[in-house]
Design a protein around this ligand. Structure first.
Ligand code: GAL
Length: 415
């Protein structure tokens, strides 16, 4: 009786705020909607739930994340940003500069991020020398995925240069096989172009032409050769293309409706989620290139100081989402490399181990480059303008190389 009396007295004296007892669910905004991506995103949700953080996911469809970023901007302007958002590259600095992100310096020091992260994962997740996002994935973008059965059927082997690839496309078309699994959208077409420019021109050419926009390089013979190959590819595949998503293209590759797909190793995540063997049934090859190189993009999680969050919650989220256990499970499912060096890759898929080997080699040779078309090398505005010019050229025969180059040169490079 006495105890009940004191409990009631306490409740009256110090009313317990219902909110405090059950913190509001955190909102996790991302653009992971394909089978492999959902599997990985659910690993993040589960890791947080195990830390007593209830998660509501806002998954926005659209490879590359353009739509997700528009929704994030709208929510931020409306004053209701999510708690966690998937962000990439220079956009992280923009959000930090606007004061939206929690700094994670305390955790970064405790977890030795400056030594444990791959060099490419350090600066991109910092603003003015302070960590403001947790690095999660390193995706390789210059992959050629190959349906081995389809090639075997026509006595073909995976080509190691772009001219041979185009010949293989012609042979497959003679057998009524549409060679390439790809949707006719800006992001997928731009990724194909990036693989061609990097592979055919080489890392130095690619850096100077599409990152530095060096006029002499952009106007060089190499650019004209690349654009002529790109035009040939467009003539071979554009007539039979449709507006399918990248994961729908992967499904058609799996079914043998196509022989090739050029995309990042989120494709590997898709294959694993669908229990398709890689590299056995679907092979993973570096996209044809002069030398071993590695085009990367990187997913990070940024913690927004929203009404639903607090410094305490942000620290909990960042700790869970940067742990070795989480990064191992998440990246194995996602098909990517973890951004931390101290994670054993022996249990990762052979394609991922190949990616790691090639990344180390490319880093030594200065051929490890951020993607220009997938949110790493240039600002979102420059990226959008560049990918739309690539898309226009691919879909419009009347645009010649000179006009394409001129339009690229005219893209404002300020912010
Ligand atoms: C990329 C992102 C990847 C992958 C892909 C397709 O921008 O970094 O994680 O999911 O989009 O949606």
């Amino acid at each position: 009786m006495k105890r009940l009396f004191f409990t009631l007295l306490l409740a009256i004296t110090f009313p317990i705020d219902a909110e405090q007892s059950t913190p509001p669910p955190v909102e996790f905004l991302h653009w992971w909607t394909s089978a492999g991506e959902v599997r990985a995103a659910n690993i993040a949700k589960q890791a947080l739930e195990e830390a007593n953080v209830h998660v509501e996911q806002q998954a926005i469809q659209g490879g590359g994340g353009d739509t997700a970023m528009s929704i994030l901007q709208a929510r931020a302007i409306a004053g209701t940003p999510p708690t966690i958002a998937q962000l990439e590259g220079p956009a992280i600095q923009s959000w930090a500069a606007l004061g939206f992100l929690y700094d994670l310096e305390q955790l970064a020091n405790q977890e030795h991020w400056r030594s444990q992260l791959y060099p490419i994962a350090r600066a991109v997740n910092q603003f003015e020398g302070t960590f403001v996002a947790t690095p999660v994935t390193i995706h390789r973008l210059n992959w050629m995925w190959v349906n081995h059965d389809v090639l075997r059927q026509y006595n073909l082997s995976p080509p190691d240069n772009w001219e041979a690839l185009i010949d293989t496309f012609r042979t497959l078309k003679r057998h009524n096989v549409a060679p390439l699994a790809i949707g006719n959208d800006q992001w997928q077409i731009a990724l194909l172009f990036e693989n061609l420019a990097f592979g055919y021109g080489g890392a130095d050419y690619y850096r100077r032409a599409f990152m530095d926009m060096d006029e002499r390089t952009l106007r060089s013979e190499t650019t004209f050769e690349i654009l002529s190959l790109f035009r040939e590819i467009s003539r071979l595949i554009q007539p039979t293309m449709s507006h399918i998503r990248w994961d729908e293209a992967t499904q058609l590759l799996i079914e043998g409706k196509h022989a090739f797909q050029f995309s990042g190793d989120w494709v590997l995540g898709e294959l694993l989620a669908k229990h398709v063997t890689a590299p056995e049934a679907i092979g993973c090859y570096q996209a044809p290139a002069k030398h071993t190189g590695f085009i990367y993009n990187m997913d990070s999680f940024a913690l927004f100081n929203s009404a639903r969050s607090s410094r305490k919650t942000a620290n909990t989220l960042a700790r869970v989402l940067s742990s070795k256990t989480f990064l191992t499970a998440f990246n194995q499912a996602k098909g990517a490399l973890p951004a931390r060096k101290d994670i054993d890759l022996n249990q990762f898929n052979p394609c991922s181990r190949q990616a790691h080997h090639d990344m180390e080699q490319a880093e030594q040779n200065g051929r490890l480059l951020p993607s220009t078309v997938d949110s790493m090398a240039v600002s979102p505005i420059v990226q959008k303008a560049t990918t739309s010019e690539i898309y226009r050229y691919f879909n419009d025969e009347s645009i010649g190389p000179e006009e394409f180059i001129l339009r690229l040169e005219n893209i404002p490079r300020g912010k």
